[in-house]
Design a protein around this ligand. Structure first.
Ligand SMILES: Nc1nc2c(ncn2[C@@H]2O[C@H](COP(=O)(O)OP(=O)(O)OP(=O)(O)O)[C@@H](O)[C@H]2O)c(=O)[nH]1
Length: 411
């Protein structure tokens, strides 16, 4: 369980932070007013991250920051003012970053920073740089931001690592490297991985005027000129990761059905088309349609119908969440099974049909029973429309026969 500690002695600021944290942090949060209270909480709980005020009435010399760091908790500092001395002091202590409390936006920034750090946990970042020192420095900074860091000493090695670890989400690449430079690397990587899938930050040494635009034109998300300040590095990485997460959120919204939380028709078509292109024969596709659904709407209204749709989606998830499962129309769903012979798949769907008929759904707390018809086809063609037509015919036949049955397109 992730847990965040927030230490702030001002009542007003703590109120603002509580409000923002409730909105943006989906983890357990403890608030403390003082060093004393922080010590008590630290004795009782383990924390993933801390957001702490630099000075408190009982800790005027950053003792609370030293305390959280001594517990190995990555710490973001809130401070009302910053001078070069305290900046150096904080960086030397090893804080992740600091935020100056001078307006309401800075609290939002601080909370979003904590949120992004929580999301960074376990995310793989790759550094491609031929300088050992640069790699060490960047590794330290990225590890502070909770990334899992990997290294490559040139473009070729980076490319191999990216192929071996498709879950790498951030690439920091220097320009001048032996065997393959940063531009070549970015171009090669972008052949297979878009900006919404892998974030790239280009890096280059002094006197490299014009490289930033080139890096971005070749496909990098951002650029950093060396030598960079700790804070600059931190902000650029955070901003780039935030962009990547926004892409993921937008995609998720575009692919999800709002009512049931299942994938939608758009996702189903894209995903299934992709699967069929490779080896269609390993898949079986089924269309499932609730019988006489209109009657439910007529009797209980649209909201009653919606209640049933959500429960049907839950039942489907419990049976088919390992496979491509989508709501492709009003009361119509689709499942693509992988690695099943048609006969075995028919059994699976028939079992589900029986389970469905026996299931007690509820509308406004009142028990309700309904049935489902299912049309099944093996994926004998790479053409999505051909396969869908076959499944549709089978479903139509199931409705014609008696409903509450499973029909194969190959009968
Ligand atoms: N509540 C609710 N109803 C929906 C939704 N989408 C479609 N419907 C309704 O689903 C019903 C589908 O009706 P029909 O296509 O006639 O099918 P049916 O009554 O299930 O009959 P058969 O499929 O032939 O067994 C229509 O009344 C639509 O208005 C939705 O999101 N919520």
């Amino acid at each position: 369980m992730q847990r965040v500690l927030i230490v702030e002695d001002s009542k007003v600021v703590q109120q603002v932070l509580r409000h923002l944290a409730a909105q943006h942090l989906k983890v357990a949060i403890d608030f403390a007013w003082s060093l004393q209270e922080s010590m008590q909480l630290l004795a009782r709980n383990e924390y993933t991250l801390a957001l702490v005020d630099l000075t408190l009435p009982d800790a005027a010399d950053a003792e609370v920051v030293k305390l959280t760091l001594a517990h190995n908790i990555p710490t973001v500092v809130l401070t009302s003012k910053i001078d070069e001395y305290s900046r150096q002091q904080m960086l030397e202590m090893g804080v992740v970053d600091y935020v100056i409390k001078d307006n309401r936006d800075s609290y939002l920034y601080a909370v979003k920073l904590v949120s992004q750090l929580l999301r960074n946990q376990g995310v793989k970042a790759l550094i491609a740089d031929d300088s050992v020192i640069s790699r060490v420095v960047m590794r330290q900074m990225l590890e502070k931001q909770l990334f899992e860091v990997m290294e490559a000493k040139d473009g070729q090695e980076a490319l191999a690592q990216l192929e071996a670890h498709p879950d790498i989400k951030l690439l920091l690449t220097d320009f001048a490297m032996p065997t393959m430079d940063g531009f070549e690397l970015v171009k090669a990587v972008r052949n297979s991985r878009g900006r919404d899938d892998l974030a790239i930050i280009g890096l280059s040494g002094a006197g490299s005027h014009g490289l930033s635009a080139k890096f971005i034109k070749y496909g990098a998300n951002d650029f950093l000129a060396k030598p960079f300040m700790n804070e600059e590095f931190h902000c650029r990485v955070m901003q780039t990761m935030e962009q990547l997460n926004l892409y993921a959120e937008i995609k998720e919204c575009a692919y999800r059905d709002y009512l049931t939380g299942l994938y939608n028709r758009r996702y189903f078509y894209q995903q299934t088309e992709r699967l069929l292109k490779v080896k269609p024969s390993q898949y079986v596709l089924a269309l499932l349609d609730i019988d006489h659904f209109k009657r439910i709407n007529d009797e209980f209204g649209h909201l009653g119908g919606d209640e049933i749709l959500k429960q049907v989606a839950d039942l489907l998830k419990s049976a088919f969440s390992r496979y491509v499962l989508s709501r492709i129309g009003g009361e119509e769903f689709a499942v693509v099974l992988k690695g099943f012979e048609l006969g075995d798949a028919m059994e699976v769907f028939n079992d589900f049909r029986k389970r469905f008929a026996d299931h007690e759904f509820t509308i406004n707390g009142i028990p309700y029973n309904c049935t489902i018809s299912i049309g099944v086809t093996s994926c004998y063609s790479q053409s999505m429309s051909e396969v869908m037509r076959a499944a549709d015919r089978a479903l139509y036949e199931a409705k014609e026969r008696s409903r509450n049955c499973v029909v194969s397109a190959h009968d």
